[in-house]
Design a protein around this ligand. Sequence first.
Ligand code: SAM
Length: 280
Amino acid sequence: MVEWYEEAYHPDWRQRFQVEGYVYRGRTQFQEALVFESPLFGRVLVLDGIVQTTERDEFIYHEMITHVALMAHGAVRDVLIIGGGDGGTLEEVLKHRSVARATMVELDPGVIELARAHLPGINRGAFEDPRTELIFGDGVKFVADTAQQFDVIIVDSTDPFGPGEVLFTQAFYADCRATLRAGGIIVAQSGNVFAERERLQACLARLGKVFRDTSFILTSVPAYLGGPFVFAWGSDDPAKRRLSPAQLAARPLPEGLRCYTPAVHAAAFVHPPWLTAAPA
Ligand code: SAM
């Protein structure tokens, strides 16, 4: 008999993955964790019942959450990642030679242990890179307390329920802004914009109370309900978001990317009207 895993992310919308076998089932100090094998997606990481990443489509999510900001900035030395326990974002950040330090603040050491053991194809040794600084703790507390400064902050969090909820508040965004150097950029995992448009717009409005220029980076991540997916973008320098493909192509670009190109970058800021329209 075929076995299915049903993700209960949205109250009126369910998706199911065929399960070929379970790799890990247990509980970390903070959340329920599951890794299973799917014929279409490869290994799938689930935390508290929500799909976090999969081996086969992670490149879309991790390239787009990372390279749009790093390429737009153009001279990134210090990057802060909040969350990101699977290590996929860290791996992408480290592909930029200009990056001297990638600080990752993850609440749950159990997720990193799991990812090291069962998802090596996603993090590819990134945790062992000498430029990586791993800190275990709450990202909100870290940005409120740190005296360090960063060029880019990537919030690669779980969704706004449970431990990730605090990473979607205006107070958190204000602390992030204070932690960014001039010309800095923040990018934050947001969600499936068809299913959650009003929540995501409200989240962007909070970011807009703190940063002069905000927008969505639009892409499509198959494992996240299969539809249009956005990251929130915030910066005080509107010019950073208006670079042309030609300007971006003149900058050093990591090799071997499968989703990000300068043209895809520019297109990610072009949105169909329904996406940004006020709720009816
Ligand atoms: N791609 C992802 C998704 O689908 O939402 C996110 C992946 S990553 C596994 C999310 C990580 O954020 C988890 O490992 C979780 O422990 C971490 N996290 C949640 N709340 C956090 C907080 N307040 N501070 C730091 N890390 C947090």
